[in-house]
Design a protein around this ligand. Structure first.
Ligand code: CAA
Length: 381
């Protein structure tokens, strides 16, 4: 890669690229077709330490940081976006807030098992009636002695059926609006009343698991509250600042794949007696992709660096996610266009990139939500 990385990050990038090229990429079309990821890949990601990049050494990780995770995510998503999103949830959305807000007991109990891949994690905020307006969630948590009873429904939950540990957001006091939301660490084992519904049939990232969850009197010990009661919404949004950098990295990875495949095809495909790469109309498309890729990578790493440095980065995370996701969709459209009829068929991976790219403009905050976040930040006095 053309960005200046430290030796440590460069080696990590090389390792991620090797795994992506040798293991993930050859299996990506099948994962898309069969709507499941090979279990073996989970084990490989864990072995490489990719689930522990935000987890301190004493809890089984390497704590290399969000820049390291972003670099890995760019490589993984270049090969397989379905694997990319599962890694993003496991590597960031759960360990991130656990490291920051967890009690020593919670960290000791969960972090090593997250890093090793022993437990799969899921982030359960969205509900059927509350997606963008996450502060209005209706799942309730009612205190009964030393436990809470959780009731409600969650929707579009990545890893939701496989998860052994779920970060569930529920309201402990509806009269307080979003200030009544609390975050809970819910273990699946022993949790009666927690069930996964239908697995969504998706346009893209089809290898990843997306389900609805029903919670009926799910008992959660009070010691499994993450952070303070009533602080769950802030915890959710602060976590999404990190998650959005991950989705921006996912988009940059898809974009890189679009450019790479388009360059190859444009050099090989001949029309009018010469490779189409010699046609200016095609060159302009390739140049636009290259510019977008360079910008997206820089925005991702800048936001990651700010987050690692403990500096404000809400705006930068949203800018990175907004730009990279829209750029990935532009690139995917042009990659299909460059491939022509061939790009419209499943014989070439660009057809999959086109479908996979779309979700990056939707999850972890739609492009419209990112614009709201950015506007609020720049309008702040
Ligand atoms: N970090 C920390 N605190 C934050 C914050 C942040 N980034 N953003 C806001 N807050 C705080 C505010 O300061 C405020 O606190 P006070 O009340 O003490 O002042 C509180 O949180 C509420 O903030 P807002 O009033 O700005 O919140 P809002 O209700 O107006 O909503 C929103 C803002 C931007 C629309 C927000 O709801 C949002 O981002 N919605 C999108 C939801 C989303 O991204 N969902 C993704 C689901 S997970 C997923 O997609 C995972 C997956 O599939 C892989």
């Amino acid at each position: 890669m053309d960005l200046e990385l430290t030796e440590e990050l460069r080696l990590l990038q090389e390792a991620a690229r090797e795994l992506a090229e040798d293991v993930l990429k050859p299996a990506a079309a099948r994962a898309d077709r069969e709507e499941r990821l090979p279990a073996e890949h989970w084990r490989r990601l864990a072995e490489m330490g990719f689930f522990g990049l935000l987890i301190p050494e004493e809890h089984g990780g390497t704590a290399l940081g969000n820049d390291a995770l972003s670099i890995v995510l760019m490589e993984v998503n270049r090969a397989c976006a379905s694997t990319g999103v599962t890694l993003s949830v496991q590597g960031s959305l759960i360990p991130g807030p656990l490291v920051k807000h967890g009690t020593e007991e919670q960290k000791r109990r969960y972090l090593p098992r997250i890093a090793s891949g022993e437990i799969v994690c899921a982030y359960a905020l969205t509900e059927p009636e509350h997606g963008s307006d996450a502060g209005a969630i209706e799942t309730t948590a009612t205190r009964k002695g030393d436990r809470y009873l959780l009731n409600g429904r969650k929707a579009w939950i990545t890893n939701g059926a496989s998860a052994g540990l779920l970060l569930v957001f529920a309201t402990t006091d509806r009269s307080l609006g979003s200030k009544g939301i609390t975050a809970f660490l819910v273990e699946r084992s022993g949790s009666k009343g927690l069930s996964a519904g239908k697995r969504e049939k998706k346009l893209g990232i089809r290898g990843s698991e997306t389900v609805e969850l029903a919670l009926e009197d799910v008992e959660v010990p009070a010691e499994n509250v993450l952070g303070q009661p009533g602080q769950g919404y802030k915890l959710a949004l602060e976590t999404l600042d990190g998650g959005r950098i991950g989705i921006a990295a996912q988009a940059a990875g898809i974009l890189a794949a679009c450019l790479e495949d388009s360059l190859r095809y444009a050099r090989e495909r001949k029309q009018f007696g010469k490779p189409i790469a010699e046609l200016q109309a095609i060159q302009w498309k390739l140049s636009n992709m290259a510019v977008d890729l360079e910008a997206a990578r820089h925005l991702v790493l800048r936001a990651a660096w700010l987050r690692d440095a403990g500096r404000p980065h809400t705006k930068e995370a949203s800018i990175a996610k907004l730009f990279a996701s829209e750029a990935a969709n532009r690139a995917a459209t042009q990659a299909v266009q460059i491939h022509g009829g061939a790009g419209y068929c499943k014989d070439f991976p660009v057809e999959r990139y086109y479908r996979d790219a779309k979700i990056t403009e939707i999850y972890e905050g739609t492009s419209e939500i990112q614009r709201i976040v950015i506007a609020r930040q720049i309008l702040e006095p």
